[in-house]
Design a protein around this ligand. Structure first.
Ligand code: UDP
Length: 495
């Protein structure tokens, strides 16, 4: 793989390996592009599934034409093409990747020219690995290649993950109710008790604000074990990248720094990329997409015809699935609020049997809103007709909303989303946290609160936070400088 006679003249070669899911691919592709802009060679490793969808629905090809240093390598995630890779079947992907991904990764790294592009690129100088893919670390360590973790979650949820053992030791995780259904679990009174064993979060975090997997898993649960050890192992990497910014999460970032001093907060990364592209005279990132679904642009024309701040944008991201009952409760709540809505309903959004959108609901939406399979989200969030974002609190959606200064109404589905929504309502105070409730009366009430009663209050704070985000990515700002520091480190891996 290495070509000693030319290696010294070639730029460092960075291999970026995201978990092949939309949220992870989005932010890590943004990073790939930022590194290319600074003259590095970058290969991004994608599953065939993600790669094919990016070729079909996104403008991946424009990335190749923009950056001569950009390449893609692929592997098989081991699942059939029609597997949903979402909802309850998401774990199939995690297990399949673990089983297959490690050996394929080894073969790729050991092949003589798998990544060298016929000698046009040096051997991999450094890896940037999704923090959920630690099963490849043994290969990387054997080969003696430095690596940095990229966690595509916020500091506010990385930190409780890092402290899982402390939470267990303090007896704050219920460690029971494994067989309870979701509703019974969340309804428990003890869910409102504070978690006091996560330093810096004693006053904000309740048991219902940490992922359910913390609560129901016993120590032997393989997923839980992996999550726990993976996060702790971050200390062994050369550093940690987070898509956040100092003014948003400084107290928590400071806690993390005590264990991982080489922390690069470089968010909001999509906005940082947009700025750098513009300063290079290139088209903005708004003009290309990294969507795994086809974007339906009819929603933009529809939004253009709506009054300012009159529409609530509803999207639960790329993984969440809803039951038919939940879907109906949301729909009636939205309709009864009297506000128009733009609702993203992926083809695989409804779980269980009979997973098509009920006809009466599709018909009823026509006069009240717009329902599409997938939208150009950043463009939608920036549209003047949007008054608030009804979100599942995925981290990308959260930081995109913060960057644009839009109030949020949160219905977290799982994992880090439980903590993100708590921070939206209680720390940043830029929206409401509906949590595990999902009945039409609550939905109606909360939509009205976000869009009418408390809109000015939320908008003002959200606007201030967006200004801080802008400051962070502007020249001399914290994210701007952290990215430069990261690039310097990556360059130093070949000297
Ligand atoms: N997204 C999009 N169009 C949509 C819905 C979502 O482009 O119709 C993007 C959104 O901008 C975000 C990502 O998909 O970057 C979803 O990531 P997030 O972390 O919010 O949630 P996840 O899908 O991982 O649960």
């Amino acid at each position: 793989m290495s070509h000693p006679e030319t290696d010294t003249e070639l730029p460092p070669h960075i291999l970026i390996f995201p978990l092949p899911l939309q949220g992870h691919v989005n932010s890590m592709l943004n990073l790939a592009e930022l590194l290319c802009l600074s003259g590095l060679h970058v290969t991004i490793l994608l599953s065939n599934y993600a790669h094919n969808r990016l070729l079909r629905h996104a403008s991946l090809r424009s990335l190749f034409s923009r950056h001569s240093g950009f390449r893609v390598a692929t592997f098989s995630d081991g699942l059939p093409a029609d597997h949903p890779r979402a909802g309850e079947r998401l774990m199939d992907l995690a297990f399949s990747l673990k089983e297959l991904g490690g050996s394929q990764f080894r073969r790729l790294m050991e092949s003589t020219d798998g990544l060298s592009d016929g000698g046009a690129r040096r051997g991999v100088s450094c890896l940037i690995i999704d923090g959920l893919l630690s099963f490849i670390i043994s290969v990387v360590e054997e080969m003696g290649i430095p690596y940095i973790y990229f966690r595509t979650i916020g500091a506010c949820s990385f930190w409780p993950h890092f402290c899982i053992q402390e939470i267990i030791d303090a007896g704050e995780v219920p460690l029971k109710g494994k067989n309870e259904d979701k509703l019974t679990y969340w309804k428990k009174k003890e869910m409102d008790m504070m978690v006091t064993s996560v330093p810096g979060m004693e006053k904000v975090l309740r048991r219902r604000d940490i992922p359910r997997s913390f609560g129901v898993a016993n120590g032997d649960d393989p997923t839980f074990k992996t999550m726990k050890t993976d996060t702790k192992r971050t200390v062994e990497a050369c550093g940690l990248i987070l898509n956040t910014f100092e003014d948003l999460e400084a107290p928590i970032l400071d806690q993390i720094r005590k264990h991982i001093p080489n922390l690069y907060s470089i968010g909001p990364i999509h906005a940082l990329l947009k700025d750098r592209l513009e300063s290079e005279g290139m088209e903005s990132s708004h003009n290309y997409s990294s969507s795994l679904w086809e974007e339906d642009r009819s929603c933009i024309a529809w939004l253009d015809s709506q009054p300012t701040c009159s529409v609530i944008y509803v999207s639960f991201g790329s993984i969440t699935t809803l039951t038919r009952d939940e879907l109906l409760e949301f729909w009636y709540g939205l309709v009864n609020s009297g506000h128009k809505f733009l609702w993203v309903m992926r083809p695989d959004s409804i779980s269980g049997n009979g997973n098509e959108i009920p006809v009466e609901l599709e018909e009823g939406t026509k006069s009240r809103g717009w329902m599409v399979g997938w939208v150009p989200q950043q463009e939608v969030l920036a549209h003047p007709a949007i008054g608030a974002f009804f979100t599942h609190s995925g981290w990308n959606s959260t930081i995109e909303s913060i960057a644009i200064g839009l109030p949020m109404l949160c219905w977290p589905y799982f994992a880090d989303q439980m903590t993100n929504s708590r921070f939206v309502s209680e720390v940043w105070k830029v929206g409401l946290d509906m949590k595990d409730t999902c009945d039409r009366i609550t939905v109606e009430k909360m939509v009205k609160e976000a869009m009418d009663v408390r809109r000015d209050e939320f908008s003002k704070r959200a606007h201030n936070m967006a200004m801080l985000a802008r400051k962070a990515i502007s020249e001399g700002g914290t994210s701007y400088l952290n990215l430069n520091r990261l690039i310097e480190f990556l360059k130093s891996t070949v000297s």
